[in-house]
Design a protein around this ligand. Structure first.
Ligand code: MF3
Ligand code: CO
Length: 248
């Protein structure tokens, strides 16, 4: 069942989402060659706690950290460690916050120093595909209009969308119905209505779409070890169109 939110609830969600946007903005500036992903996690956790909020991922199904740090061929759910970022890496930072009864969730992928032109293109297309999906998040459209817009944007460039992880409804829970796949057919899926709040999150591989989860039970890598990028926003569907809650 999809839980619809009132205008007041969306305002409260916007508060959680603003903290997500702020901490992403801050951690972006810290992500440079030589820094460990654990240092990024420490920064993210301290920032969120300083806002009297809680890191939503820490402890979620046993996930150990406040941010997912997914480097290069890691698709999602990379665990912060003593690994140092190095020139030429790309890293996705995915952060969830719980505040005042509601969750917010967003992710970005960043270049570290000089990256290959393929990596640049992958990051740029993934971000564009998120925007293309968001633009379909209009009351009266169908859910898979979002999915299809993401998929078309990605596949037109010869990249592939991951199948076995999807976006999701979000609100009083981190994951609510409906699932928001990054592939699907225009005109299909549930009708979008005012009050829906969705985390739209394209995960895009430079090679094939298949993913393997490593021994730690979390780290998802591309099966062919090609590069992967990930962007995510939490949005609300209002009577005036979409509202991107995790944008500053
Ligand atoms: N943005 C991801 C999601 O919506 C991150 C979850 S990480 C986890 O599922 F640790 F919380 F699982
Ligand atoms: Co999410």
């Amino acid at each position: 069942m999809t839980v619809l939110k009132s205008q007041d609830e969306i305002k409260r969600m916007a508060d959680s989402c603003r903290i997500v946007a702020e901490v992403l903005e801050g951690v972006k500036k810290k992500a440079e060659s030589g820094v460990t992903t654990k240092e990024l996690d420490d920064y993210v956790e301290a920032f969120i706690l300083s806002k009297s909020a809680k890191p939503a991922f820490k402890g979620y199904r046993g996930y150990p950290s406040s941010v997912c740090t997914s480097i290069n061929e890691v698709v999602v759910h990379g665990i912060p460690s003593s690994r140092k970022l190095k020139d030429g890496d790309i890293i996705s930072l995915d952060i969830g916050v719980y505040f005042n009864g509601f969750f917010g969730d967003a992710a970005v992928t960043l270049p570290i120093g000089n990256i290959s032109s393929e990596a640049k293109k992958l990051i740029s297309i993934t971000e564009q595909s998120l925007q293309a999906g968001i633009e379909k998040a209009i009351a009266g459209n169908r859910l898979y209009d979002i999915s299809s817009a993401v998929q078309q944007c990605v596949e037109a460039e010869g990249f592939s969308v991951v199948r076995n992880f999807v976006g999701h409804g979000i609100g009083r829970n981190l994951h609510e119905e409906p699932q928001v796949p990054n592939f699907g057919k225009t005109g299909e899926g549930p009708r979008l209505v005012e009050g829906m709040t969705l985390a739209i999150e394209p995960m895009v591989n430079a090679g094939g779409w298949e993913v393997t989860v490593l021994e730690d039970g979390w780290t998802a890598v591309t099966r062919d070890r090609s590069l992967s990028a990930h962007f995510e926003h939490t949005i609300a569907i209002t009577k005036n169109g979409y509202n991107v809650l995790t944008k500053l």
